[in-house]
Every structure is written in C-alpha cells, then in structure tokens.
Design a protein around this ligand. Structure first.
Ligand code: ADP
Ligand code: TRP
Length: 328
C-alpha cells in the first residue's frame, strides 16, 4: 500500500487554512493509504528557538488532529522529536544539498527577511529536515497546502540525488497530494493574501460561534457589484472561496447569480458563510475540548505513534547506512 506522511509545526492552534489545506486531506487519506502524521516540533525551532512549553503545544495539535477525525488506530500520530533516527538521515541528505539551491528557496528568503538577526542554519536546511521526515518512511504521497510546493520539490530532489549518487532505486519521489486534485489557498479575510498564523488573520478551529461570526462579518469588502457579470475583485473572490468550500453548491450558485445580476448584499453573503462555518467548526471545537482535557490519552497516543514511526525510520536508516557503506 502507498505510504503517506505529513506534519504541522506546533506554533499555535490550527486554523481554517491548516484544516482545508492539510488536515482534511489527512482524514480522507487514512482510509486509503498507510498513513502517519506528526507534529513538527524540531521545525518550529527554526523560528521559535526557545518555545515556552514544548509538551503542551504538541498536545494541543494532537488534540486538534484527533478532533478533526484522525484515527490513531488507522494513522499513527507522533511527535517529530521522538524519532531521533530522522536526524541521521537529515545529516546524510544534507551532504548532497547545495548552499545555492537552499538559499533560493522562497520560504528561506522570506524568513530571513522576517528575522534578520536569526538567519540560522536550521532555517537554511529546513527543506532537508522536511525531506528526512518524508523519506525516512519512504512515503509516496504528502498532503500539504500550496505554500509547501517548493519544499516538496526539494524533497524529490533529495530522493533523486541519493538514488543517483549511490546507484540505487531506494527512495520513491514523494508527490504532493491535494484534497480535490488542486492545491487550495485559504485567503485571509482582512484583504491580505493567505490565512496564516504570522499574519494574525486566522479563524481557529477553537474559535466559538460568536468569534467566528465577528471575524467573518468584519471581512474586507468593496462598494458592491457595479456592472452585470463583471469579474470579482480579490477581496470579494476571497469570500466566494469560503462559500465554495463550506456551503452547499446550490447556495454558491445562488450568491454567484446575485453577484452577476448586481443584487448581492455582502451582509447576506457573510451571514451565510458565518453560519456554515459555525456548523463545521462547532463539533470540532467540542471534541478539541474533550481531547485536550485527557492528557493521559494524548500521551499514550503519541507514545504508540513514536514506536511505529521509529521502527519505520530505523529500517530506512539501516538500509541507508548499508547503501552508503557504513557498518550497520
Ligand atoms: P501557518 O502559515 O499558519 O504558519 P503552517 O505553515 O504551519 O501554517 O502550515 C501547516 C499546513 O497548513 C501546511 O500544509 C500548509 O500548506 C497548510 N496551510 C497553512 N495555511 C494555509 C492556507 N491559508 N491555505 C491552505 N493551506 C494552508
Ligand atoms: N513545512 C511544513 C509546514 O510548514 C511542516 C512539515 C515539516 C512537513 N515536515 C514535513 C509537512 C513533512 C509534510 C511533510 O507546514
């Protein structure tokens, strides 16, 4: 069966971008593939060198994964730092990655701009660590959002290069997986590009109904449609992106027609999105609360996940050592 792996950094609560871009794919894939999902706590050190409480932020994401519907019986969940085998693979892969190509990665350039006093080597080799996360399980598919495309390209490069240098067909080239064939980008509702923790424009899976309504009703709009069947400006298209993703197709068509014949009232559109979002998020939020209260269960799930992940990674690393020529 094809293998799947993916992870998210524990730098805050999960938001709708994480959910639609990644976690809902995790849930869908667990029934069809051999999946493992993890919490990328090492990766968060590239931007947060001194995290406040590593354990509790990992538990937070774990509870959120479970609340979204990941079943650890089908897809083990583990914490990245519990699998030390990853570091050995990271080291070997780094020997074949070049400074020039790592420096050209857009996320590296962006982070270097955002934290000019901390352009650390971990940030530079972020894609290598991500490749090690994936290749240690010899995974075939990786569910991630659009912003991870370049990191995925680097992971394929690592796999290809290793195979070429040692003359083996050992690592499969991992493909991106998208929920509906195409990457989605969940926009921010404040008129700025994408929803993301660093932009402070997120709707979180933990938000209550009132907060969700407030955030949606505050979404940036314009003066309204001015000519029949005109193209939608970005801020309005952003609202329609939400509508498409959370509301029924006939509801989408209804508002689309209203836009086209210039009778659309943004207040109605926002109310619809807010109600449909609340209906989606409320049961997840309740489950997050239940799981969060049960730290014993969370720790048991993570311990079991670590066992499975370590066995899988150790088998790969043993083989890699043999291929390179080390004693096993
Ligand atoms: P953030 O941008 O909030 O820091 P992460 O970078 O930790 O989020 O992303 C975790 C996962 O969620 C990745 O697979 C990423 O592609 C996906 N993701 C994050 N934000 C969005 C978004 N706005 N639209 C689609 N996917 C997203
Ligand atoms: N870079 C990913 C993000 O920011 C997190 C991540 C780390 C990851 N290692 C991975 C995702 C391996 C998929 C597979 O969201």
């Amino acid at each position: 069966m094809e293998k799947v792996v993916s992870g998210i950094r524990p730098t805050g609560n999960l938001h709708l971008g994480n959910y639609f871009g990644a976690v809902r794919s995790f849930v869908k894939m667990q029934d069809e593939y051999n999946c493992m999902f993890f919490i990328a706590d090492w990766h968060s050190l590239t931007t947060h060198p001194k995290p406040e409480n590593i354990q509790s932020s990992a538990r937070t994401i774990l509870a959120e994964y479970l609340a979204c519907g990941i079943d650890p019986e089908k897809a083990p969940i583990y914490v990245q730092s519990d699998v030390r085998e990853t570091i050995e693979l990271y080291l070997y892969l780094n020997m074949n990655m070049y400074l020039g190509e790592l420096e050209r990665v857009t996320t590296f350039k962006e982070k270097a701009r955002q934290q000019p006093d901390n352009v650390n080597a971990g940030l530079l080799t972020y894609p290598t660590l991500m490749a090690a996360d994936i290749l240690q399980h010899r995974a075939n598919k990786v569910p991630v959002g659009k912003d991870q495309e370049q990191n995925m390209e680097m992971a394929r490069k690592c796999a290809r290069r290793f195979n070429n240098i040692y003359g083996v067909e050992f690592f499969p080239e991992p493909e991106n997986f998208y929920f509906a064939d195409k990457a989605v980008k969940i926009p921010g509702l404040d008129g700025s590009g994408k929803m993301g923790k660093s932009t402070g424009n997120c709707i979180y899976l933990r938000d209550d109904d009132k907060t969700i309504r407030k955030k949606v009703m505050r979404a940036v709009t314009d003066n309204g449609p001015e000519a029949m069947n005109s193209p939608r400006p970005e801020v309005i298209e952003n609202l329609f992106t939400f509508l498409k993703i959370v509301s029924a197709p006939d509801v989408y068509s209804y508002f689309d027609e209203k836009w086209n014949d210039c009778t659309l009232r943004y207040g109605d559109l926002k109310k619809q999105i807010a109600e449909d979002l609340c209906a989606l998020v409320a049961p997840i939020r309740e489950r997050i609360e239940e799981y969060s209260a049960n730290t014993e269960l969370l720790d048991r799930i993570a311990a079991r996940g670590a066992e499975v992940a370590r066995a899988s990674a150790a088998a790969t690393v043993d083989e890699v050592r043999r291929i390179i020529g080390f004693r096993r």
